[in-house]
Design a protein around this ligand. Sequence first.
Ligand code: HAM
Length: 421
Amino acid sequence: MAAFAPPPGTADIFEDEARRWRRMERTAAEVFGRYGYGELRTPIFEYTEVFQRGLGDETEVVRKEMYTFTDRGGRSLTLRPEGTAGVMRALSNTDVLNGVEQRVYYHGPMVRGERPAAGRRRQFHQIGVENVGRCAPLIDAECIAMLMNFLREIGLGDAELIINTRGAQDDRGPAVELLRNYFASHIDTMCDDCRERLQRNVWRILDCKQPRCAAVVAEAPDYIACFSEESRAYFDEVRRALEALEVPFRSDRRLVRGLDYYVHTVFELVHPALGAQTAIAGGGRYELFLPGASRPVPGVGFAAGGERLLLAQDALGCGGETQEPAVVYLIGLGAAARLANLVLADRLRRCGIPVALELEERSFKAQLRGANRSGAPLAVVRGDSELAAGRVLVKTMATGEQREVPDTEIFDCIKNFAENE
Ligand code: HAM
């Protein structure tokens, strides 16, 4: 059996779930569209340097989690672990370099070699947006409010928003020094990962989830105090705008996010249904160097994890949607009847009417069972004798009532029924 299971951390998505994905993607397109975002589809793999340069060589994703391979020409390619770097690569071919704002959204599979767990997959799906080319606190606040509106529309309005600031690039030096000095003096009591982080990326110590590190992290010095006055004012303005938009939030200095491109505003969303350790969405403001640009291009955006949104909906018992049953089930006895049914079904389906029918030779009883299973309110029975008489039998499934209808009228009869349903 194991040979037929998909690889660990991946899943097959069947219709009942796929319908929920489509609905979520439709809602995203509608909500984001109101803010002027249009869809962008980027390749599922990129040249490896797009992610190395974009996410930073020191990020966990780049160091440990990328699926990288070499193509026949010897170029290194990587399956996309996230959407932002590819979107920025695509936008480098637009006039975003001249300061023209671009608003794009995307959805699709992302791939990271993580240890699979509940809500953590190797192939997962993100719904994300990027607002690129401009930088202002109100743009950040608008982006966050849009995410909250999307979550509300899919039944997850009680998600908790956590925000923080990473300051500007120039603010980093003094903040890193402050944090490194502090953590270096406590490192003996901390976990192995934090020892490594002290050397490589001291910020990540702040979001260490190990209990033995928690007390040290809780007492960490206020690094935001070393940021420039402009950076602190930027963050204040974001918070004021969120208050004006009536978006509740909690500020948390431990939120630093896992990707290196962030500056200023960072945020994450958690939901009570999944617990505080599992973010359903995350994002922030960033700066990325694009080929051909003399200075970094600013942007702000987020991505929500589709699987986690579905898990939260499951826990709340919302988001389910049953498939619309066929309006009519066509029963055919004999080859000529089946062919006539195939043609009738095609005409009806071209008018947008869902039809189910049996195309293989089956007994009347078996076909009636199929009609019952399909949930269609009507069944049409056509056998050789009906065919010869130019008539069909129409059965109302709920009452069992039957009547004969001339073959020439059956199309309109079903169409009228479907329109008045
Ligand atoms: P991220 O925090 O790495 O950010 O991922 C965003 C969301 O994707 C997470 O909050 C989570 O819901 C989901 N996610 C991440 N990894 C997994 C996984 N292994 N299994 C299931 N779900 C997962 C980014 O990817 C940034 N590109 C977001 C962004 C856009 N920032 C600015 N613009």
